[in-house]
Design a protein around this ligand. Structure first.
Ligand code: ATP
Ligand code: MG
Length: 463
């Protein structure tokens, strides 16, 4: 009797019954009616046990790729992953990924196995998976199949490697970041041996592509705030491997009464205090990286960092380019980091000036970052009521529908042409002038007033 079976028997009394949607069940039924074993596996089982709605369902089966193709001949299928044993089956308008039980061959690039081979043993398939909480399988017949203590770790809220951590991270270094991502997302801690190995093997992350690093890093940063802060502190050397800009901040004493934390600890807290939005979290992580290089002490021995927002913004740009970040992320981080230390008074004119510079969405993200930054100051310097007042003013300005961007102007280039202006670069200049007037309240942002102003500018040009 194989150990899989005895374990299943042990779990026979387990009352766990997983909710499997009909479109997934239809795919499972095809395989089981053809005499193959088939299980829901990985994230969907983990999330179901945590009473969370799985976002997708992956299946694993004893059918080899050829047998899968035959079994699903009446279905629409996508064969992109077939050499690795994965077939995507369309069912009920959704995609279900079905993968043959697999063992991975040798890993020479610390990322992907050189080859994979198919097996008929579920146990072998589960043992290649990264963490115990992801090595869970389920079908109605056998119930939960948990061969590596995944359910126990879910209860203890721990991320733990399946097997020997050093070997598992050497095979695929991306797992170091995956461990951090699952920990951050689930609010779990990382088992000690797994954690030690992640730090020990961190240099292997250098063989992971920038795109993968960025995507995992985004997932980590968008996790639960408190956990993200803890992870940033505990695994600072891992983070610095992918973002070397962070290391000069480690233990950097700010010598300033506003700061009881060193620069890096302050950063770690700031990240955790922001809302879990990718752009804001990256900005929080990088907002003060320019501090070490701009540091000086005044005659009283107090530390200052003049010009650090611009230096941080430049460093952030370099870091994000290296990680091949998209424009949206780069632009947002640049705005947030650059302005994070600007004083905004709650007066309308001051708020409006910043709203125009940043746009509405980034403005509120900036306030979020400023509040988080403040909360990570020393005790007695954490009051955020001034920033909340700024947010209130901004909401009032927006409610009054004041003109804050050229796009909001109630006239366009086309209107200028209708008024007799020749197409060309002068159109943009006239719109700039009209915008200036609208922002400063010299003209109302209604069509008639703006058209009148446009007419007078065009006439002035002709004189
Ligand atoms: P989620 O999709 O919610 O982030 P998930 O657990 O479904 O979580 P996926 O990346 O979709 O994660 O992977 C599906 C499953 O495949 C995992 O649960 C795990 O069992 C296995 N897996 C994925 N990537 C790896 C890897 N790099 N090494 C080992 N096993 C992996
Ligand atoms: Mg998944």
């Amino acid at each position: 009797m194989s150990s899989d079976i005895s374990n299943a028997e042990k779990l026979g009394a387990n009352p766990f019954k997983m909710k499997i949607p009909d479109y997934v069940r239809a795919v499972m039924d095809v395989l089981s009616h053809n005499g193959f074993e088939v299980y829901a596996v990985g994230g969907c089982v983990r999330d179901s046990l945590l009473l969370k709605e799985p976002h997708d369902f992956d299946l694993t089966t004893s059918a080899n790729p050829q047998q899968m193709k035959e079994a699903f001949c009446g279905f629409s299928v996508i064969e992109t992953g077939i050499s690795h044993g994965t077939l995507t089956v369309r069912s009920g308008g959704q995609n279900v990924e079905v993968t043959t039980f697999r063992t991975d061959g040798k890993y020479t690039d610390h990322r992907r196995p050189d080859s994979v081979s198919f097996t008929t043993s579920l146990k072998e398939d589960l043992s290649r998976r990264d963490f115990t909480v992801n090595a869970l399988a389920y079908n109605d017949e056998r119930g939960l199949v948990d061969l590596f203590g995944g359910q126990d770790d879910l209860e203890k809220r721990i991320v733990r490697c399946v097997g020997e951590p050093d070997r598992r991270f050497e095979e695929d270094a991306l797992r170091i970041l995956r461990a951090l991502r699952f920990s951050a997302k689930l609010g779990f801690s990382i088992e000690q041996k797994t954690a030690q190995s992640m730090i020990k093997k961190r240099e292997l992350l250098k063989s992971i592509s920038a795109e993968r690093v960025l995507s995992e890093l985004s997932g980590i940063l968008c996790g639960k705030g408190q956990t993200v802060t803890k992870l940033l502190l505990q695994f600072r050397d891992v983070f610095a491997t992918v973002l070397p800009e962070l290391s000069p901040c480690f233990d950097f004493d700010q010598k300033n009464p506003y700061h009881s934390y060193d620069v890096y600890t302050h950063i770690a807290y700031t990240v955790g205090f922001t809302n879990p939005r990718r752009e804001t979290r990256f900005a929080a992580l990088l907002h003060d990286v320019g501090k070490p290089s701009t540091f000086f002490t005044d005659e009283k021995g107090v530390g200052h960092f003049f010009g650090h927002p611009k230096v941080s913004a430049d460093m952030a740009k370099t870091a994000l380019k290296r990680l091949k970040a998209d424009n949206r992320l780069c632009k947002s981080v640049d705005t947030l980091v650059f302005y994070h230390d600007n004083d905004i008074s709650e007066k309308k004119a001051s708020v409006k000036k910043m709203l125009i510079k940043t746009g509405e969405q980034e403005f509120f993200a900036l306030c979020d970052l400023k509040k988080a930054d403040r909360l990570a100051h020393s005790e007695g310097h954490r009051d955020i009521s001034d920033i909340e007042a700024v947010e209130r003013t901004a909401r009032e300005i927006l409610k009054e529908n004041e003109c804050l961007s050229k796009a909001q102007l109630k006239v366009s280039g086309r209107d200028l042409i209708a008024l007799g202006q020749k197409p060309g670069k002068r159109i943009g200049e006239i719109l700039d002038e009209i915008f200036e007037s609208a922002v400063n309240g010299r003209v109302e942002n209604d069509r008639e007033s703006l058209l009148n102003l446009a007419k007078s500018i065009i006439e002035r040009d002709r004189r």
